[in-house]
Design a protein around this ligand. Structure first.
Ligand SMILES: [Zn+2]
Ligand SMILES: [Zn+2]
Length: 255
């Protein structure tokens, strides 16, 4: 498997997974041009992508669904509630290839399974995803709301994970955000912190977890250094860690 974070954070999210000849994108929160250029850097052609999966309606995950579908010809896998919610806020334009799934369903693209897992994030119908190619399982676990029931079992089943590590608790506490926004982020429908993500990995990461990529880092309430410090102080060197960038792509992370 080749896995790339093309970008992650409140300014936009998009992840690429390629395995056994099947090429998948997860979320369309960056421009079509940025996605195309960043895949080009790794000699991947966005026109070869077989399917776009969408986690939820927030614009940092959904704003370019229409462009990705029409410009690059990829079918969009999305729930009906998520598409309706996106269309309430944005003008996506006409989508010619939409494959609806329900949160909790397993979709199959050319033999590769994509499991959807409902999340309690404050969106219309949010899901996380696990890609299973029959040999390896990788999770895209972001915008989780909180550490919900069943999340630990998902994590225990994975060989690698892209995991939300949104904020440092002290930085959020003492930072510039208004009180209602702080409450939203740390509330049950918001995001999970460095501490929660590190504890999750520490408790659930099996010995076969090859790496974790920390994603959706807050610009104001986190930094790659702070996130890594929290994770390293909890995990030691037990797990290889990557950090998804807020303004560019990672290297190819392999399984
Ligand atoms: Zn988000
Ligand atoms: Zn969100």
């Amino acid at each position: 498997m080749d896995i790339i974070s093309l970008q992650s954070g409140s300014a936009g999210n998009c992840f690429y997974i390629e395995t056994k000849g099947v090429k998948l994108l997860f979320d369309a929160g960056i421009s079509g041009r940025a996605a195309q250029q960043r895949l080009d850097q790794h000699r991947k052609d966005i026109r070869d992508v077989d399917a776009l999966f969408v986690t939820h309606d927030h614009s940092d995950h959904s704003r370019s669904i229409g462009v990705f579908q029409r410009k690059f010809g990829m079918p969009v896998y999305i729930t009906k509630k998520t598409l309706a919610a996106v269309n309430r806020g944005l003008k996506l334009g006409i989508l010619s290839e939409v494959r609806f799934f329900s949160a909790g369903d397993v979709c199959t693209v050319k033999g590769v399974q994509v499991h959807s897992i409902p999340t309690p994030h404050d969106s219309a119908d949010g899901v996380a995803f696990v890609v299973d190619d029959g040999t390896h399982r990788v999770g895209i676990l972001t915008d989780l709301g909180h550490v919900f029931e069943g999340l630990k079992e998902v994590l225990r089943s994975l060989d690698a994970v892209i995991l939300e590590s949104n904020y440092d608790e002290q930085m959020l506490d003492t930072g510039p955000y208004p009180f209602h926004l702080k409450d939203r982020i740390r509330g049950t429908g918001g995001h999970i912190s460095n501490r929660e993500a590190a504890d999750l990995l520490n408790e659930c990461a099996p010995s076969h977890l090859q790496w974790a990529c920390l994603c959706h880092l807050s610009e104001e309430n986190n930094s790659p250094e702070v996130a890594l410090q929290t994770h390293h102080s909890t995990l030691g060197e037990a797990i290889q860690l990557f950090v998804a960038k807020r303004d560019g792509c990672t290297e190819i992370m392999q399984l």
